[in-house]
Design a protein around this ligand. Structure first.
Ligand code: CA
Length: 229
């Protein structure tokens, strides 16, 4: 049976959500605070998490970020304020869906079912055979040569893809531009190390939320680049 964790401080809402989800055949657990919810989400195995934004202890933004650092479980965020949804998106926390309160319990059930079906497809045995590199909100499918940033697919040229994948597979290792050029372009290639700089810039425009403060590819001045983990 699929297990769902509801992290919600309003007991009446949590109970209502639980009742409807249980009627649909899910096993449901409730945590009423951010810190206990986070602990539970990291410790136990759940198939989906319904996460309220305003919580005592740690807020939903932080809970989402910390679950996503460790787990791929679908997260459905719930907020009383419409404005928060833009904020959740902008922060690139890796939530899979958002709902604004008040919502109908049947809408919640429908969304939960849709996300579970999608997650099962993604983690099915066929998909597992694909070689996937996943670091925070960045997902690289090496087999299909596809890249997602916070759930959104981005298009990469062959060399951009090769360079990003090489760096992501060798995190915390500083590479000089010369090393990267030799690794990604063959020796006979026309071009020089400036090509590396141009490609790094293009990659950052696609993967970074703020290119001035890169979360993934860090410039080590006077040396080269490092993929941060
Ligand atoms: Ca709340």
């Amino acid at each position: 049976m699929s297990r769902i964790l509801i992290i919600e401080d309003e007991v009446a809402i949590a109970d209502l959500e639980k009742d409807y989800l249980e009627l649909s055949g899910f096993e449901v657990e409730i945590e009423n605070a951010g810190d206990t919810g986070l602990e539970r989400a990291l410790k136990d195995k759940f198939d989906l998490i319904v996460l309220d934004l305003m919580l005592p202890g740690i807020d939903g933004f932080e809970v989402c970020r910390r679950i996503r650092d460790e787990k791929n479980v679908p997260i459905l965020m719930v907020s009383a304020k419409k404005d928060d949804i833009d904020k959740i998106r902008g922060l690139g926390l890796g939530a899979d869906d958002y709902m604004t309160k008040p919502f109908s319990p049947s809408e919640l059930v429908a969304r939960v079912k849709a996300h579970m079906a999608r997650y099962e497809r993604l983690t099915s045995s066929h998909q597992k055979m694909n070689d996937i590199v996943e670091i925070r909100g960045l997902k690289i499918d090496k087999t299909a040569r596809r890249v997602w940033v916070d759930g959104e697919e981005k298009a990469f040229t062959t060399k951009e893809f090769d360079l990003l994948t090489f760096l992501a597979e060798n995190p915390n290792h500083v590479f000089t531009k010369e090393e990267l050029f030799r690794e990604i372009w063959d020796m006979e290639s026309i071009g020089d190390i400036a090509t590396v700089t141009v490609h790094i810039k293009k990659i950052r425009e696609k993967v970074e939320f703020d290119t001035a403060n890169p979360q993934y590819i860090e410039t080590i001045w006077g040396v080269g680049y490092r993929f941060k983990i």
